[in-house]
Design a protein around this ligand. Structure first.
Ligand code: NAI
Length: 327
């Protein structure tokens, strides 16, 4: 349809926003379909956001049908078809994990409630802001009228990082790699899986044929890539996070490629013995705004232990936010 797709972005004046908004407006998400941007920020960041909107204006993007900014989630989320929840409270000096969960809990509780009240009936909600999986769980739990499968958390950046690392190792283009999976949490416990990924149709772990590299280089490189970017760049990954946010939303709304799948953190139905109700990353096939967890993959002992470790961390986060009364 040529009705504008109404896309909300939270934390729009932040680093990721500065890359994400321009790609959304230039057609990276929805091609020629017009896009209306609804940008949410906290009050003190609205002036900076006005400056970003001036730059959006200055691009004269043909597909950009309108931009609204504000600090009231109920106003900004009104009628949105897609909400990209990027804004979150970063961990400050001396902040414990519990403090972080609590600060973000307040944000994602309020945003979940507002989405529940005013978003379009077909809304899809993608959470990028960290701790992404648990923030998605909190938003979902505070939006009882929105089907739970409409919420996901971003592990597509990890997925893309895994593809890129594998491609470099085997000396093949990224397009030769399919069926990559990130399992578990978007955190250092995540498990990037080379036993189901393929390189030109052959099992990646067999093509690599180097268990030491897989275990001691590949997995930690992917899992700790965020820290390596901070170390090199002096600030956290932003353009790549924006790019992955668009990849994830694009595939969710318009479908993943044939004979391939993508990684998305979604509410577990118990598949692969991931405890039901956790928002955990799985291999999923997407079509027209729906996702389905790929079934029937064999999980060996090595993979089992890593999936279990990451989902145990997710269960701890869930228990912590439950104790705080956030879910
Ligand atoms: P940033 O700090 O540059 O921007 C965050 C923005 O969110 C700020 O402008 C802030 O004012 C805003 N914000 C805070 N509370 C808000 C609220 N209640 N409503 C609306 N806006 C609010 O951070 P950056 O670099 O853009 O990253 C954003 C988030 O994405 C962080 O939590 C970061 O950890 C996470 N991230 C996630 C990745 C993933 O793969 N899932 C990858 C990279 C970053």
């Amino acid at each position: 349809s040529s009705d504008p797709l109404k896309v909300a972005v939270t934390g729009a004046a932040g680093q990721i926003g500065y890359s994400l908004l321009f790609r959304l407006a230039s057609g990276a998400l929805a091609g020629d379909r017009p896009i209306e941007l609804r940008l949410l920020e906290i009050e003190p960041a609205l002036k900076a956001l006005e400056g970003v909107v001036m730059e959006l204006d200055d691009c004269a993007f043909p597909q950009l049908a309108g931009v609204q900014i504000g600090s009231d989630p109920e106003q900004i989320f009104d009628g949105v078809n897609l909400a990209l929840l990027v804004g979150a409270r970063p961990r400050g000096p001396g902040m414990e994990r519990g403090d972080l969960l609590e600060a973000n809990g307040a944000i994602f509780t309020a945003q979940g409630q507002a989405l529940n009240k005013v978003a379009a009936d077909d809304v899809r909600i993608g959470v990028t802001g960290n701790p992404a999986n648990t923030n998605a769980l909190i938003a979902m739990s505070n939006a009882p009228d929105i089907p739970q499968e409409r919420f996901s958390a971003l592990t597509r950046l990890d997925h893309n990082r895994a593809i890129s690392q594998l491609a470099a190792k085997v000396g093949a283009p990224v397009t030769s790699i399919k069926q990559m999976t990130i399992w578990g949490n978007h955190s250092a416990t995540q498990y990037p899986d080379l036993f189901h990924a393929t390189v030109d149709g052959k099992v990646a772990a067999e093509v690599v044929d180097d268990q030491d590299w897989l275990e001691n280089t590949f997995i930690p490189t992917v899992a700790k890539r965020g820290a390596a970017i901070i170390e090199a760049r002096g600030s956290s990954s932003a353009a790549s996070a924006a790019s992955a946010t668009i990849d994830a939303a694009h595939d969710w709304l318009f479908g993943s490629a044939d004979n391939d799948w993508v990684s998305m953190a979604v509410r577990s139905d118990g598949s692969y013995d991931v405890p039901e109700g956790l928002v955990s990353s799985f291999p999923v096939v997407t079509e027209d705004g729906d996702w389905t967890i790929v079934q029937g993959l064999g999980i060996d002992e090595f993979s089992r232990a890593r999936i279990d470790a990451s989902t145990a961390e997710l269960a701890e986060e869930r228990d912590a936010v439950k104790e705080l009364g956030l879910i």
